[in-house]
Design a protein around this ligand. Structure first.
Ligand SMILES: *[C@@H]1O[C@H](CO)[C@@H](O)[C@H](O)[C@H]1NC(C)=O
Ligand SMILES: *[C@@H]1O[C@H](CO)[C@@H](O)[C@H](O)[C@H]1NC(C)=O
Ligand SMILES: *[C@@H]1O[C@H](CO)[C@@H](O)[C@H](O)[C@H]1NC(C)=O
Length: 492
């Protein structure tokens, strides 16, 4: 099968977008392929019983109503490519509500990417305690019941944040986003610029390759409790979400964990209806995600301490990390890890066309941007090729650019992905990633489960193409080489 044209275009656009930013990251990228199940399971919030809504479940194969770090550790498989990781990662599934009220699942592109960032934080004077995720640590980011924005909007430049911008709720609501994937026009949106789900007209017009949902976890820990009554108060956000200082009550600095998931919302282009999260939320403000740590003992420490794994120039590529070597499974193997669901939900339909959301979840909330009062109108933009809301959305992005595009946040790894229609591949699968390496932005494209393409704007431009030996990859490789040629003699 030749590479679909869309992928090539994506690659071209991304290579062209390479640019200079400041250094910062020490991270690795952990890919969960597809899902282990699409089911009402949540052993943190709904322990011992079916969860209220359907989650995109990933990670250790032992995930069930009762999971703990210990039980997850005995999983006989994981859908992470990193077999030493049996941690569980989950977030609500995304659905589409048709005009007639029926609900249909939205397909994933690839799966879920969990970023682990290990850099030291700013303003801490170096005299603070860092910890990897202790086995069994449970974390929850976001609030399923939220349907509106509560902190100051537009978000001021980060240097101007006052107390009302840095309450835990205010930090939390800035720690998520839903961004357009749009390679064709090079209009991928920056991470965390749009912390709400924009309406269908906007998505149809702009998000040609889908929408990337992203969420950051709190990275300050009380150092004692693996969980708490609200599943949150044992953790906290540092003052700048991905940087800054931890509160005195939560003095231990954890790695910064965040998830990215690309939803193929573009498959519903021009169909009347709206997108809605499995928890009945059409606004996006109620997005949330969960984590239970269950790494093999010592692995996180070795990865953190090895410059080949999380040094400033590793680019997050797990294949180059000696700690993972020989322990990375293929994407096909990872995707074959499936849960054995508890009998009470084993037969429940969670995909296809359904009368309503699984778990009898009712849709509540009205889509609106953070600047409008919640519930002010049924839809916040008329249907036209250039929705009225578009300008307000764009103005918002501009207003907040000091924060969202500050050196620290620009340096955050961001994943951009596109994918062919689901029918073309079992695990729809072009993931492209942009992140910093030294002073340069590096872009990576993972195509059809086998390729890693790295392009670097070093003064002497280097390109690394890592592929397996299949004919498929070889063809792709030659196309990439062809592009390299153009690029060498074109833009540079
Ligand atoms: C893991 O265990 C389940 C049953 O608990 C079994 O169905 C599955 O085949 C096992 N997977 C592997 C990879 O051994
Ligand atoms: C509702 O609309 C969807 C999408 O057009 C269609 O597949 C489904 O059959 C419809 N259901 C009913 C009950 O009309
Ligand atoms: C925002 O939501 C909260 C409850 O989550 C509610 O009390 C408040 O009135 C809402 N604000 C607006 C402007 O809708």
């Amino acid at each position: 099968m030749p590479l679909p044209e869309v992928k090539l275009k994506a690659l071209l656009t991304l290579l062209a977008a390479t640019s200079l930013v400041s250094p910062c990251n020490a991270f690795f990228r952990n890919l969960m392929i597809s899902d282990t199940a699409m089911a009402r399971v949540d052993p943190i919030v709904n322990r011992g019983e079916p969860a209220m809504h359907v989650h995109h479940l990933t990670g250790g194969g032992n995930l069930n109503f009762e999971s703990t770090g210990e039980t997850l550790s005995t999983s006989n498989c994981t859908n992470s490519i990193l077999t030493q990781d049996k941690s569980a990662y989950w977030a609500p599934w995304m659905y589409f509500e048709h005009e007639n009220g029926t609900v249909q699942d939205v397909k994933l592109a690839l799966g879920l990417t969990a970023y682990y960032k290990f850099e030291t934080r700013g303003n801490t004077g170096g005299d603070v305690e860092y910890s990897v995720f202790p086995k069994g640590l449970k974390m929850l980011s976001g609030d399923s019941s939220k349907r509106n924005w509560t902190s100051p909007w537009p978000v001021p430049a980060q240097s101007l944040w006052g107390p009302e911008d840095t309450t835990q709720e205010a930090l939390q609501e800035k720690a998520m986003g839903f961004n357009c994937m749009n390679y064709e026009s090079g209009k991928n949106e920056p991470s965390f610029a749009y912390p709400w789900l924009r309406n269908k007209d906007y998505l149809d017009a702009h998000c040609t390759e889908g929408v990337r949902a992203e969420i950051i976890f709190p990275s300050c820990w009380d150092g004692k409790n693996l969980d708490s009554d609200d599943h949150k108060s044992h953790t906290a956000f540092p003052t700048l979400i991905q940087d800054g200082v931890c509160p005195e009550t939560h003095p231990i600095y954890l790695p910064i964990l965040f998830y990215e998931t690309i939803w193929q919302t573009n498959a519903f282009k021009d169909l009347p209806g709206r997108f809605v999260l499995a928890n009945g939320d059409p606004t996006g403000y109620g997005y949330h995600a969960d984590f239970i740590a269950a790494w093999d003992d010592g692995v996180q420490e070795q990865v953190r301490d090895n410059p080949q794994c999380t040094g400033l120039t590793t680019d997050g590529v797990v294949e180059n990390c000696p700690v993972f070597q020989g322990r990375i499974q293929s994407q096909q193997e990872a995707a074959s890890c499936k849960l054995t669901l508890p009998s009470s939900i084993a037969g429940e339909q969670t995909d296809g066309i359904m009368e309503g959301l699984p778990g009898d979840v009712k849709i509540s909330g009205v889509q609106h941007d953070p600047g409008s009062p919640g519930g002010s109108s049924e839809t916040y933009a008329p249907s036209s090729s250039v929705p009225a809301s578009r300008s307000s959305a764009e103005a918002t992005a501009t207003d907040t650019s000091d924060y969202y595009h500050s050196a620290a946040t620009t340096a955050s790894p961001t994943t951009f992905a596109t994918s062919p229609p689901p029918a073309q591949s079992q695990y729809p699968s072009t993931t492209t990633t942009t992140y910093t390496s030294g002073k340069y932005v590096v872009e990576m494209v993972l195509v059809d489960m086998v390729q890693t393409v790295t392009a670097t704007t070093a003064p002497t431009m280097t390109h690394t193409v890592v592929v397996d030996g299949t004919g498929e990859s070889a063809r792709a490789k030659s196309r990439i080489r062809a592009r390299k040629h153009v690029r060498n003699h074109g833009h540079y």
